[in-house]
Ligand binder design. Structure first.
Ligand code: MV4
Length: 444
């Protein structure tokens, strides 16, 4: 088993990893920027190393500073958490060169899923359904238009280096093609230094349903059912739940098996997530694969009664998995509480938390790094806490979530708690009748 893990992250996920490591008898090393000196991950880890000033680029994204911290503390593994370097293939490669186990997939696996056209071609070969579209990169405007006409409008232009919505443009008709082509290419070039674009049929009002998978070093892969993440705003997830209210057991089995096929196609090692778009006819299509532990892994943990970070560490240490797939028990839901003002276009609201009470009680879990008198720094992601509740049914889960949100007191800064309270009372949400476009129309 691993002896000492350096956690190349901050906030709630750093705490999450420390907790499981402790339970496994593994020592932990925290790294922190000067802005996070007083953070809980620094206090709860066995050792802590300062890796630079507040700006992420000079601290949590500084590979050389993090490798130096791993060397001086003699860590034998690095857990990247999510965000920052979690899907950085060269970081995984450098860890490998230093004989430090990167707790995640290999650089090659990250690259295969990081380039979207490569990922899509791999899925076609593996027999996983993909969205109809161009056969790889589009060479020029003229061939792009020809393909769009063949597919039929509306189409969507996507950056091969993209993900999360950057460099993406919906084109409703041929006369709008040129302008969208230019702006998609420019945005992709600026964001990824790669202006490669491909085309797909635009699926209207899809649901975002993702399957949690785990694969070991010996080629075994299992799924741990799905999460519905359709409630998003500007590609930021707000609420996630498991199981999806949209799927029955038959379809759950189908999408789970497709996810296993997807992971096996790249010999995937570690925990990961295969994202699907699901249209109103319940056709599902591979969208992308996240090669990391995700924010919303907690809802799967609750319905599966299974520690995903523990599994991820065991896989990294070379422990084989059973290869059996599992189905959910009851229902779980997560609300992401951000330091943002929901009445003001979700504007960031950093600052000092002057009073705090977190929800507690049966079926309630709060994963957070905040405490009373903590100052939320302006430099990082605005997520403060995840409220995760579980109950036997979706209806009871929503009632429990309402109760938990009512108990959550955060004073001194604005948070998204009022937004979630309103959402839990929305009839469409209660009925499970929503898709990725829902929040755009949600009157709040
Ligand atoms: C799509 C789509 C409709 N049709 N592709 C958004 C992020 C990126 N990962 C892919 N995305 C989408 N791709 C086709 N062919 C709609 C979206 C999309 C979306 C997907 C999941 C969750 C929220 C979304 C919000 C807007 C658009």
């Amino acid at each position: 088993m691993l002896k000492k893990i350096l956690i190349a992250n901050r906030g709630e996920i750093a705490l999450r990893i420390i907790r499981t490591s402790k339970e496994m008898g593994i020592k932990t090393v925290a790294v922190y920027s000067t802005a996070d000196k007083e953070s809980l991950h620094v206090r709860f880890a066995d050792e802590a190393v300062c890796i630079g000033p507040p700006q992420s680029a000079l601290s949590y994204l500084s590979i050389s500073n993090i490798m130096a911290a791993a060397e001086i503390t003699d860590a034998d593994a690095i857990h990247p958490g999510y965000g920052f370097l979690a899907e950085n293939a060269s970081f995984a490669e450098i860890c490998n060169d230093y004989k430090i186990k990167f707790i995640g997939p290999t650089a090659e696996m990250i690259n295969k899923m990081g380039d979207k056209i490569t990922a899509k071609n791999t899925m076609i070969k593996a027999g996983v359904p993909v969205i109809p579209g161009s056969d790889g990169l589009i060479e020029d405007i003229a061939s792009g238009k020809k393909i769009a006409k063949k597919i039929g409008y509306p189409v969507i232009l996507k950056a091969t280096a993209g993900g999360g919505g950057k460099g993406m443009r919906i084109v409703w008709s041929e006369d709008a093609f040129d302008a969208n082509w230019d702006s998609a290419r420019q945005e992709a070039k600026a964001a990824f230094s790669n202006d490669g674009i491909y085309i797909e049929k635009f699926i209207e009002e899809p649901r975002h349903i993702e399957v949690q998978i785990a694969g070991d070093q010996y080629g075994k892969v299992c799924h741990l059912s799905e999460r519905d993440c359709s409630v998003q705003r500007r590609h930021q997830k707000l609420v996630e739940e498991a199981p999806s209210p949209f799927l029955d057991d038959k379809m759950r089995k189908k999408i789970g098996n497709a996810a296993i096929k997807a992971a096996k196609a790249i010999n995937y090692e570690s925990v990961g997530t295969v994202e699907f778009l699901v249209d109103k006819h319940k056709q599902f299509y591979f969208m992308e694969m996240n090669t990391r532990i995700q924010v919303e892994h907690t809802v799967t943990e609750e319905v599966m009664d299974f520690d995903l970070v523990k599994e991820q560490i065991k896989i990294a240490a070379g422990v084989p998995i059973t290869g059996k797939s599992y189905f959910p028990n009851g229902h779980a839901m997560e609300c992401r509480i951000n330091a943002e003002d929901p009445y003001n276009n979700f504007r960031p609201s950093p600052g000092k938390i002057t009073a705090l009470h977190t929800p507690k009680g049966f079926g309630v879990r709060v994963d957070t790094h905040i405490f009373a008198n903590y100052t939320v720094p302006p430099y990082y992601d605005s997520m403060l806490a995840k409220v995760i509740v579980r109950a036997p049914t979706r209806q009871e889960t929503i009632e429990r979530m309402k109760r938990a949100l009512d108990e959550f007191i955060i004073e001194g800064i604005k948070t998204t708690i009022p937004f979630h309270q309103a959402l839990m009372k929305n009839q469409q949400f209660i009925d499970g009748d929503f898709n990725t476009g829902f929040i755009n129309d949600f009157e709040f």
